[in-house]
Design a protein around this ligand. Structure first.
Ligand code: ATP
Ligand code: MG
Length: 249
């Protein structure tokens, strides 16, 4: 049976749809082999969370929206899994907010870059940074290909949204003085812990939620947005998320 034959009423429909998008992404070189494994780790945490958005993710998404709207140059860093799972949401975030989109790959090859660029464009992303060799710069605190960033994108950003980012690179962004909005199902990962605002939720729920919060938060005054940020405590949010995955909450 192929995924196309699966009825949406199937109890694991959404989970299987995500697997389908990831494996199809693999065939098109959008998703790296290790991306399949990373997705599996995410699935395990999602299972423990009951595959639903919890209150700590809602609070974090609101703070993330406020942070993004208070930023001068917010950038959304897109890898293969994010592109495969949420291309429409990435396009919508670009359309409705000041966020610019950059392809940023751990396993960077010209073929993957091209495949992701084509996929994002097909889904309506207007401008994609991170693909022009002449515009690339290196983060000083990381080695080889993993440190390449766009001089007009992540290098110049004050806030970087990093869904499913590798821990080393997420920490390097913080060392470079950037604020980060992390989306990661594992509240214990180095990426999650390093975030300024960490949304512990599946990217497929977190990005639609972030879109909603960006719209709501844009209607608030600057003072109200500041208040949301002043009252936000990422350490407490991570504690709540950890309790939830440990079954204590
Ligand atoms: P770190 O290097 O940050 O300590 P890690 O080694 O677990 O953590 P990676 O394996 O590099 O991180 O990346 C995979 C991460 O992405 C995992 O933490 C996993 O939970 C998360 N992840 C995978 N799929 C999703 C998804 N669909 N939504 C949100 N998070 C996801
Ligand atoms: Mg890692």
């Amino acid at each position: 049976m192929s995924f196309k034959d699966l009825p949406p009423s199937h109890p694991r429909y959404h989970s299987l749809l995500m697997r389908h998008l990831i494996t199809e992404g693999g065939k098109k070189s959008i998703v790296a082999e290790s991306g399949l494994i990373a997705h599996g780790r995410g699935e395990a945490f999602d299972y423990l969370l009951g595959e639903e958005t919890k209150p700590f993710a809602l609070k974090a998404a609101e703070a993330a929206a406020a942070l993004i709207l208070e930023s001068e140059r917010p950038i959304l860093s897109v890898n293969g899994n994010a592109a495969a799972l949420c291309p429409d949401e990435i396009a919508e975030i670009e359309r409705i907010s000041p966020v610019a989109v950059e392809i940023n790959l751990f396993y960077r090859t010209p073929k993957r870059e091209r495949a992701i660029l084509k996929h994002l464009k097909k889904h309506g992303v207007k401008t994609v940074l991170g693909v022009k060799k002449s515009d690339t710069l290196r983060l000083s605190s990381l080695d080889h290909a993993r440190r390449i960033v766009d001089r007009n994108g992540i290098a110049a950003a004050d806030t970087v949204i990093v869904p499913l980012e590798d821990g080393d690179r997420a920490e390097a962004l913080v060392r470079e003085g950037k604020k980060t909005v992390v989306i990661d199902l594992n509240p214990l990962s180095r990426t999650a812990v390093s975030g300024t605002v960490t949304i512990v939720d599946n990217i497929t729920r977190a990005l639609p939620l972030l879109i909603r919060k960006l719209k709501e938060t844009a209607a608030l005054s600057e003072e109200e947005r500041r208040k949301i940020l002043d009252e936000y405590d990422n350490t407490a949010i991570l504690k709540e998320a950890e309790k939830a995955v440990r079954g204590i909450l």
